[in-house]
Design a protein around this ligand. Structure first.
Ligand code: S3P
Length: 440
């Protein structure tokens, strides 16, 4: 199979119904929490992408039995801090920042050194954002290159709750400390800038003693060490971040309609819907329901030929953090100049996404003004690309690949997009679904 995707034609008008794979954040959290429960937990519709397979491999190396079946997965937890493993253990978090950072929280009591490594992209990302708070619990970290993987962690015997201020709006940092709190006697208090709250909802559902007070900008979370976590079954809903590519595909296509079934619409994740609606996209939510605190709905999208620029309020940044690349594409086709600010965190992702987003738009003939923390996009509603565009050397960032594919299918031109296998980290079915939508 060629590793390069060639696209020479725009997608034709469509009216389709699809289902996207399970949510990545919830899948990783389910794997890690089930590993701390006592007995057999079953996860349905688990995302079977490379990030999650890496999570399953990691807990297996830590002595947890895992069985993968068609449609579901079983994890046989050994209880909190119940990992059993040999000396000189290495865990490979591959491309997953969420796995690499969250699992450290579960290892703060590990009596033997454990090495954590990752792929080229993950090895460029900052780990001090989690090791600094985890050091406060008494864990020790050893880096070869400052703040970068590979690192080794050595836990502490006695761990007490800490006070922690999470000021980046990072759910990975918050969740890493929340998982560490399972091992800490007494209370761990976290003041966290708003970010996705899946860990909090799971803690509540599992009856882990957790108090949450919400203010406009911060959440105050208090966790008391639980005696144990019961095994639990969980049905993972569809991923809004994967859905976002199809929301934009439909928005920018000609006279088309799409229904996406059973997607997680947790308000801490739906910034993309709010932003695109403000820009004139036609998106509605049907069959809303609540599953263990998580909101779920079917999403209906219709094409829109009247998109307008946005001055995006920064308060929406955290709930759209993984969707900015694809939102930039809508800004490229909107009337007027869009402005996105305070988004330097985008350069901390699988690739420096703010830079890459701007670079791809420039290749498409769109003018941008870029700073370290903002971008202005000069939209061209009648943009028709005529030239060839090659996308490569982007650290195999799955979302760069998917954004480029949607750009090719909606804006024209001849595109050659390298490293097709990048989609395997979050959304192996992406191209299959594109085919299904494109087939008559
Ligand atoms: C995630 C949090 C976000 C997001 C990532 C998944 C999570 O990262 O970008 O894809 O599951 O907690 P940050 O917490 O670094 O913003």
């Amino acid at each position: 199979m060629s590793k390069t995707l060639l696209i020479k034609k725009k997608i034709k008008q469509f009216n389709k119904k699809i289902k996207v794979s399970g949510d990545k954040s919830l899948s990783i959290r389910w794997v890690l929490l089930a590993s701390q429960a006592i007995g057999k937990s079953k996860g349905y519709n688990l995302l079977m992408s490379e990030d999650i397979v890496a999570a399953l491999e990691a807990i297996k190396k830590l002595g947890i039995k895992v069985r993968v079946h068609k449609g579901y997965c079983e994890i046989f937890g050994n209880g909190i801090n119940g990992f059993k493993y040999e000396n000189n253990l290495t865990i490979n978090a591959k491309n997953s920042g969420t796995l690499g950072r969250l699992i450290l929280g579960l290892l703060i009591k590990s009596p033997k050194k454990i090495k954590i490594m990752g792929d080229k992209s993950l090895s460029k990302r900052d780990f001090s954002r989690v090791t600094i708070p985890l050091e406060k619990f008494g864990a020790k970290f050893y880096y070869k290159i400052k703040n970068k993987l590979p690192l080794s962690i050595l836990g502490s015997r006695s761990v007490k709750g800490i006070k922690y201020l999470e000021n980046k709006g990072s759910a990975q940092c918050k969740s890493s400390v929340m998982l560490a709190a399972l091992n800490a006697s007494g209370t761990t208090s976290i003041k966290a800038k708003k970010s996705r709250n899946h860990s909090e909802l799971l803690f509540k559902y599992l009856k882990i003693p957790t108090k949450i007070k919400r203010t406009k900008k911060y959440d105050f979370i208090e966790i008391k060490q639980p005696k144990k976590i019961r095994a639990f079954n969980y049905q993972i809903p569809g991923d809004i971040s994967s859905s976002a590519f199809f929301i934009v595909l439909t928005t920018l296509a000609n006279n088309s309609k799409l229904l996406i079934k059973n997607v997680n619409i947790n308000p801490s994740r739906t910034g993309v819907i709010t932003i695109l609606k403000k820009m004139g996209a036609k998106i509605s939510l049907k069959n809303k329901k609540n599953y263990r605190g998580e909101e779920i709905a079917d999403i209906v999208i219709k094409s829109s030929n009247n998109l307008k620029a946005i001055n995006c309020p920064s308060k929406l940044n955290s709930s759209a953090i993984d969707e900015f690349l694809i939102i930039f594409l809508v800004a490229a086709k909107a009337k007027g100049i869009s402005y996105f600010k305070d988004i330097s965190e985008l350069n901390q992702k699988e690739s420096p996404r703010l830079e890459w987003g701007s670079k791809i738009l420039n290749m498409m003939g769109i003018k941008t003004e870029l700073t370290k923390h903002s971008i202005k996009i000069y939209g061209q509603p009648y943009l028709e690309i005529k030239k060839s565009i090659i996308i490569k050397n982007y650290l195999k960032d799955h979302r760069i690949f998917m954004m480029s594919t949607i750009a090719a299918l909606t804006c024209g031109g001849q595109w050659k997009i390298h490293d097709k296998d990048s989609i395997n980290s979050s959304f192996p079915d992406f191209l299959k679904i594109i085919k299904k939508i494109g087939n008559k």
